[in-house]
Design a protein around this ligand. Structure first.
Ligand SMILES: *Cc1c(COP(=O)(O)O)cnc(C)c1O
Length: 473
């Protein structure tokens, strides 16, 4: 394809994207395909000769699109949303046209310096103190891995990378039972071992870590000859929005000089609104914080903002030639590949620049406030229905519920019934929900956060949920 032909197709693709976004609400949210359908539709072997773009594009519509779950659908209430706002899509188009590698300052000075500026805009938007420096990681999982590697190296006197973990005292890392699985995987990959990830009990409505139990767990480990290395805290966990008491847990960690990482992958975006910041009171004492603009802030995947109190610790852990850098993150040049596990890096700051300028912080705040208030209104309506029960209360726009119809003499298994309900809802296609487990029992999650969603979209969930549930009972 030459670049003139590219222009024609570029226009077609832009029109297609506009139509898609304007009509995606008419499609079933979750893909309705069976496993293997797309695979069978794709030829077994690659073509030896060129094919026309007309044919490729037709197949894209006929084979690919039916097998897509529509994350940009206004009634996507499953998982957490991963918004691709129009300015973000444009910025990604430009970034992919330039396709720079942003690993070192000199391999893309504008990308590096824009990353410094954009992460500082985000720092200000969250009202974090000036002594946090930011980097954009590909995902929260990567940021958490980088933080766990840092806590490991710090605890081992910076010898782990060199000597390996053989013969070392076992390191211990503490988190609650509610953290995301990316924490477990970071612990595995860092060589710390699942058995050394200590699950501290939770308490209260926020399902947050009990700081007294944290202190006890650390004490017990010290007495048994383990070496505590760090604490990982959750703000807005994936299942139910679990949020640890940051202030008190960081206090315990500070007493034992443990490195701390806060996973606010989803809820961190909402901290641009001052009224939600009480959820992470004391956050300024954390060593490392991650949140995903690629979830709720309108910036498409991938774009994970990672803030560090002392980037030197991270650079000491990850830089392969640290002597090249005299200062890290304060002045002079930054080579961001020394702040992350992968060497190659995309130009991710560009879409933040486009999105923050297009909406302004106030426009972004308004969207979140709408999502949260519409979600609360739905919660109140469902809570008033006698055959539904709220399992966990709203944390931002997320809460969980169960269908509990009267048993009329017989008995039924609530988990099975609710799993049937969630599957029936997703087969119906008007909305999309996912389930979680709360203290072992199945609960259905609801959260709102899609950029184009309206109050009517959220309220439609009431009719769909109650209608389908009562049809099953
Ligand atoms: C989504 C999520 C993650 C994982 O985010 P990725 O960017 O996909 O790695 C981690 N923690 C929480 C709480 C999340 O909601």
């Amino acid at each position: 394809m030459d670049w003139n032909e590219f222009t024609d197709w570029g226009h077609k693709v832009t029109d297609w994207a506009r139509d898609y976004h304007q009509t995606v609400g008419d499609r079933p949210v979750r893909a309705q395909t069976e496993p293997g359908e797309v695979l069978t539709a794709l030829p077994d072997a690659p073509p030896e000769t060129p094919e026309a773009m007309e044919d490729i594009f037709r197949d894209f519509e006929e084979i690919v699109m039916p097998g897509i779950t529509h994350w940009q659908h206004p009634r996507f209430f499953a998982y957490f949303n991963s918004n691709a706002s129009a300015p973000s899509v444009l910025a990604e188009f430009l970034a992919s046209a330039i396709a720079p590698q942003c690993m070192l300052w000199q391999t893309s000075p504008a990308a590096t310096e824009m990353e410094t500026r954009m992460t500082d805009w985000l720092r200000q938007a969250l009202d974090l103190p000036r002594d946090f420096a930011g980097v954009i990681q590909d995902s929260a999982s990567s940021a958490t891995l980088a933080a766990v590697l840092t806590m490991r190296e710090k605890a081992l006197g910076w010898q782990g990378n060199q000597q390996g973990l053989f013969g070392q005292r076992p390191l211990r890392v503490y988190c609650s039972s509610e953290v995301h699985t990316s924490i477990d995987r970071a612990i595995w990959i860092a060589g710390i071992g699942q058995q050394n990830l200590v699950r501290v009990p939770i308490r209260g409505d926020w399902r947050g870590m009990d700081p007294v139990a944290l202190e006890k767990a650390i004490q017990a480990d010290l007495e048994s000859g383990f070496q505590p290395a760090g604490v990982i805290l959750s703000v807005g966990g994936t299942g139910t929005g679990a949020t640890d008491p940051i202030d008190q847990c960081l206090e315990v960690a500070a007493k034992h000089e443990l490195y701390t990482h806060v996973d606010a992958a989803w809820a961190g975006s909402a901290m641009i609104c001052p009224e939600y910041r009480h959820y992470w009171q004391g956050i300024e004492r954390a060593d490392s914080i991650v949140f995903n603009p690629h979830k709720w802030l309108g910036v498409q995947f991938d774009c994970s903002a990672h803030f560090l109190k002392n980037p030197d610790d991270l650079v000491k852990t990850l830089a392969i030639s640290p002597e090249f850098l005299k200062t890290h993150g304060k002045d002079g040049i930054i080579n961001y590949s020394e702040w992350s596990v992968p060497l190659g890096r995309r130009f991710r700051a560009l879409k933040l620049w486009f999105v923050i300028r297009t909406y302004g912080l106030e426009g972004l705040r308004q969207r979140m406030r709408n999502h949260i208030s519409w979600s609360l209104a739905l919660h109140d309506r469902l809570a008033a229905e006698p055959d539904f029960e709220i399992v966990t209360p709203p944390m931002w726009s997320l809460w969980t519920f169960r269908f509990v119809p009267p048993s009329e003499g017989g008995s039924y298994d609530l988990d099975t019934l609710n799993l049937r309900l969630v599957n029936a809802i997703n087969d119906d296609g008007r909305i999309y929900l996912t389930q979680t487990r709360v203290d072992g029992d199945l609960a259905i999650r609801f959260q709102a956060g899609q950029f184009e969603t309206t109050e009517a979209d959220v309220m439609m969930a009431f009719d769909v949920i109650t209608g389908i549930a009562r049809g099953l009972a």
